[in-house]
Design a protein around this ligand. Structure first.
Ligand code: GLC
Length: 548
């Protein structure tokens, strides 16, 4: 039940995040490209998603996989030409797929001509494009994000003899958004890509746009004022396009990025993500219910984005130190699996490659409030490679077939940008699209099915959500309602059979039907309804019956 041209299309869309470099190589240089992605659009369409989110595609030295932009107006030559990109947009749109790209407003690469000019001298006309200081003493209350690589948010520049500010790698100087020329420059960048026809942006690292002494330099009023200007600009000229915020913050702080429906349309729900894993390991729904209850309501035109994994480490910034220690012990037993405040593993290995747990978490993703984002490869249960540095181990080539290089590129290519996963459990010979497409019972086919089910029921996309109390905390039970459609969702977080007793008298006479399996359940009668769930079982019960 797609929303087609509806301006609110994103409210019940399913997103697919992919890295062009990792997806499909059409010109046999060992690196994925736009033409390769075009070849695979039918696959993406068949998965049933509505919108592709592309990791940065711009010119870049790739020291942070493109989040270090060297030119906002040109594409990375490895990915193809502007014509190739335009062809990708046209081919995606022809299939009813939208495309959003990354917008990095907070910083650039140190190779960006603005920075090259800025650092050339203290009097350079572009000096004020970045944040300079004679000392490294300012903004001491700002935390360091890349803890494993950076010791300070200041880096000394020998060329001009001052320090520049950077919240991420030291080769990524922060732009000075206090400078009106920079503010305008980012609007110009947006206009260029929106005019080309992209459907919106995933805006990178937005909490850090401004710096003010005496604050932690996150979520500042100046940041929100600028972001509202960005939104006004979008609304004036590009209705129907979307802005999605990457703000790794507590729910009450992320809430402000929606404004009064006049800032971002969407924002990732970072805090709920680790709690899905936490609840599973503890066999207790409480972490999920507590964080969802702590999540403020958002304006009608806005929506959350939920996800299980992405291209970064599984961040543990939005949990308590105790929860973080528990998560590290439970999910990253080896030190090389940890990175900064997170875990650099993919979904399937995190869940012991246990199909029941993989399905369970995906079912939560598809039924909790918010538009789900699937990270490429997780739909087939791809593995990771912790021997690769930084986050590279979760950015390996997509596994299309059991041919050499997983069908990602031609067999004659001397090497790929990073090795294809080739271990006994997750290697491409075993885990690949071709084999799973043939197998009716595969994870891929299940994912397609769950997405289809979700789309047939708008309550799962934009319905209200209420968590039901029941004595048994191993079962997460929530109710999604929209336009007269009620769906009762249950997840058994434990490895044992569980029963729950619910008060469903409002639905007396109804025969619940599990949407994914089509099975019917005994009619609801009286005060007490008892359900038994097999280990890790999930149910999406449609409560349709005589009018209430
Ligand atoms: C965001 C991106 C991450 C990148 C960082 C710096 O957090 O998700 O991949 O390294 O910003 O741009």
């Amino acid at each position: 039940m797609g929303r087609g041209n509806d301006e609110l299309w994103y409210k019940d869309a399913v997103f697919y995040e992919l890295y062009v470099r990792a997806f499909c190589d059409s010109d046999d240089d060992g690196k994925g490209d736009f033409q390769g992605l075009i070849r695979k659009l039918d696959y993406v369409q068949e998965l049933g998603v509505d919108c592709i989110w592309l990791l940065p595609i711009y010119a870049s030295p790739l020291r942070d996989d493109g989040y270090d932009v060297a030119d906002f107006y040109s594409l990375h030559p490895d990915y193809g030409t502007l014509q190739d990109f335009q062809a990708l947009l046209a081919e995606a749109h022809r299939r009813g797929l939208r495309i959003v790209t990354d917008l990095v407003m907070n910083h650039t690469s140190d190779q960006h001509p603005w920075f090259v000019e800025s650092r050339s001298s203290k009097t350079s006309p572009k000096r004020d494009y970045y944040v300079w200081s004679a000392t490294d003493h300012k903004y001491r209350d700002a935390r360091i994000i890349f803890l494993d690589t950076e010791e300070s948010n200041w880096a000394y520049d020998r060329i001009s003899g001052e320090y520049y500010w950077h919240r991420f790698f030291s080769h990524q100087p922060d732009l000075n958004l206090d400078n009106p020329a920079v503010q305008q420059a980012m609007l110009d960048v947006m206009a260029y890509w929106l005019d080309m026809g992209i459907d919106g942006f995933r805006a990178d690292a937005v909490p850090y746009l401004y710096e003010r002494e005496g604050t932690n330099c996150e979520n500042l009023p100046e940041t929100h004022a600028y972001l509202k200007r960005v939104r006004r600009f979008l609304d004036q000229r590009y209705k129907g396009r979307v802005l999605l915020a990457e703000a790794n913050q507590w729910p009450e702080d992320v809430r402000s990025y929606f404004g009064a429906g006049d800032e971002f349309h969407m924002a990732f729900h970072f805090p709920v993500m680790p709690r899905l894993y936490l609840a599973l390991k503890r066999q207790d729904r409480s972490p999920i219910v507590e964080i969802m209850k702590r999540t403020p309501a958002i304006p009608e035109s806005c929506q959350w984005c939920t996800f299980l994994r992405n291209h970064d480490e599984l961040t543990l910034e939005m949990v308590t130190p105790q929860e973080r220690a528990f998560m590290w012990d439970a999910y990253a037993p080896q030190p090389e699996m940890r990175l900064n405040l997170g875990i650099r593993r993919r979904l399937a290995p995190l869940l012991d490659n246990d199909r029941r747990k993989i399905e369970l978490l995906n079912s939560m993703l598809f039924t909790l409030p918010g538009s789900p984002v699937i990270y490429y490869g997780d739909e087939i249960g791809m593995g990771d490679n912790v021997a690769l540095p930084d986050r590279n181990g979760v950015r390996t080539p997509m596994q299309w077939s059991d041919e050499p290089y997983a069908g990602f590129c031609d067999q004659a290519v001397p090497s790929t940008y990073t090795p294809v996963i080739d271990d006994p459990a997750y290697g491409y010979r075993r885990v690949n699209v071709e084999a799973q497409a043939r197998d009716g019972g595969s994870l891929l086919n299940l994912m397609r099915h769950l997405i289809r089910c979700r789309k047939q029921h708008q309550a799962l996309g934009c319905g209200s959500c209420e968590f039901l109390e029941s004595a048994n905390r191993t079962v997460l039970t929530h109710l999604r309602c929209h336009g007269g459609e009620d769906i009762l969702v249950l997840h058994n977080l434990s490895a044992a059979t569980q029963s729950v007793t619910l008060d469903l008298q409002d639905w007396a006479g109804v025969v619940p039907i599990d949407i994914p399996s089509g099975s019917t359940f005994p009619p609801i009668s009286g005060r007490v309804y008892e359900l038994k769930l097999a280990p890790y079982q999930y149910l999406w019960l449609l409560l349709e019956g005589p009018p209430r």
